[in-house]
Write a protein that binds this ligand. Structure first.
Ligand code: SAH
Length: 220
């Protein structure tokens, strides 16, 4: 295992897990190469930070597999200066990747403790341009709408309507949509109030709990 040099580990991760699976977006590859993922996982997992799987981050939550982060970011296709709303801050890593793509990010996390840790991770990694909020992200954050991009990083039974309302004209929304065990990655595009939806591969995310997500009582 290469665990002496994080930059080398990252380079190896990008080559073997991300480029090898077809991610080509330069800005995404650059971001994945740059953001110190080991600062977004619990200390005891730091040496596994660049491995090809998700990791537990406490409170029953996970940081996604690196490839899934890269794939979702490529589908989202963030542009420099975009205002992006992320639902499900988790570790803060995905938000850091979006910031490294030169976007401004508002990220919402429902568990206060998790949000506080995300904020701390982002600070430690020297990431700027990300605002972490605590609350139910399924209702979005109308105060700063419209958003050029919306990214949901938890499994949702349907795309929460408020998030579509808060999406800018020409905007993209990416989310894992489906049932609680398995979902499909979907990309919604909004054009002159016309909505189109594309579907991509199968993914597994922890549930989005809230008003337009899953019921808290169904939590297993
Ligand atoms: N993007 C994260 C991983 C997300 S894990 C990362 O880069 O590490 C999914 C997160 O969504 C969990 O932290 C969970 O607490 C949060 N979550 C679930 N339902 C939510 C809701 N309604 N609003 C905001 N966050 C929610």
């Amino acid at each position: 295992m290469m665990n002496s040099n994080r930059a080398e580990e990252r380079e190896y991760m990008v080559k073997t897990q991300i480029q090898a699976r077809g991610v080509r977006n330069e800005s995404v590859l650059h971001a994945m190469n740059k953001v110190p993922r080991h600062l977004f996982v619990p200390e005891e997992s730091a040496r596994e930070a660049y491995q090809d799987y998700p990791l537990s981050i406490g409170n029953g939550q996970t940081i996604s597999q690196p490839y899934i982060v890269a794939l979702m970011t490529e589908l989202l296709d963030p542009q420099s200066g975009d205002l992006i709303l992320e639902i499900g801050s988790g570790s803060g890593y995905q938000a850091a990747i979006l910031a490294a793509c030169k976007a401004r990010v508002i990220t919402i996390e429902r568990i206060r403790e998790v949000a506080a840790r995300a904020e701390q991770n982002l600070k430690q990694a020297g990431v700027t341009g990300v605002t972490v909020l605590t609350g139910d992200g399924t209702t979005g954050y109308p105060e700063n709408a419209p958003y050029d991009r919306v990214l949901i990083t938890a499994a949702t039974p349907r795309i929460p309507p408020p998030l579509v309302d808060q999406l800018a004209e020409g905007g993209y929304l990416v989310a894992p949509e489906g049932d609680r065990d398995i979902q499909q990655l979907v990309r919604l595009k909004k054009n002159r109030d016309e909505i189109s939806i594309e579907r991509f591969g199968t993914v597994r995310f922890v549930p989005l709990l809230g008003r337009y997500g899953w019921n808290k009582d169904e939590e297993n």
